[in-house]
Design a protein. Structure first.
Length: 174
């Protein structure tokens, strides 16, 4: 996976149908309303702490059809889904939802950062987002604390059956 970068755009990279693909998905309908004012980036709490994460840029890449570049980008996954951008966009673009749509498309092609694959795999295995170390469990016992409730991994697996994501996270190695 790569960073979203300010490198030259080649016409061969552009997929003119990409914007229509996004527009048909829930939350993506207003993508083409963006006029690049930059409000989303200036108000985004993640952009304040990142040199590379720029929601305005992601929206522009989506409009231009830079499909591979945007879907292969690690920065896509930095969004905290706080919806500040959506609330403040003067054009009513559902920026956070467009980013979710892009993540879903990226996930379908297996472009998921390793850290999220591991987290998803842990949820599927244990029902917890975090693998609780044996030492922690033992420590609880020595302190007289009750055992932690068992996560219901089976029920999570059942709900996610048929979701493409599973085949990517169940694969332990890339
Ligand atoms: S705030 Fe809205 S119109 Fe402005 S750059 Fe972001 S998405 Fe585009
Ligand atoms: S939803 Fe994502 S892109 Fe929008 S302001 Fe929050 S972190 Fe930034």
């Amino acid at each position: 996976m790569t960073e979203t970068v300010k490198k030259q755009v080649k016409s061969s990279e552009m997929d003119p149908n990409f914007k229509y693909e996004i527009s048909k998905m829930h939350g993506g309908a207003k993508l083409m309303r963006c006029f690049q004012c930059g409000t989303c980036t200036s108000d985004c709490p993640i952009a304040k702490f990142s040199d590379t994460y720029r929601p305005r840029q992601i929206i522009r890449m989506a409009q231009l059809g830079l499909k591979d570049r945007v879907l292969n980008s690690d920065t896509l996954w930095l969004c905290a889904a706080c919806f500040t951008c959506t609330d403040r966009c003067p054009q009513d673009v559902e920026v956070a939802s467009v980013i979710r749509v892009l993540r879903n498309l990226a996930a379908e092609r297996g472009c998921i950062p390793q850290v999220f694959k591991e987290e998803a795999s842990c949820i599927l295995d244990t029902g917890y987002a975090y693998r609780i170390p044996e030492s922690r469990i033992k420590k609880r016992e020595t302190l007289g604390l009750p055992p932690l409730p068992k996560g219901n991994a089976e029920s999570i697996r059942k709900s996610l059956r048929g979701v493409n994501l599973l085949k990517h996270v169940e694969k332990k190695e890339d």
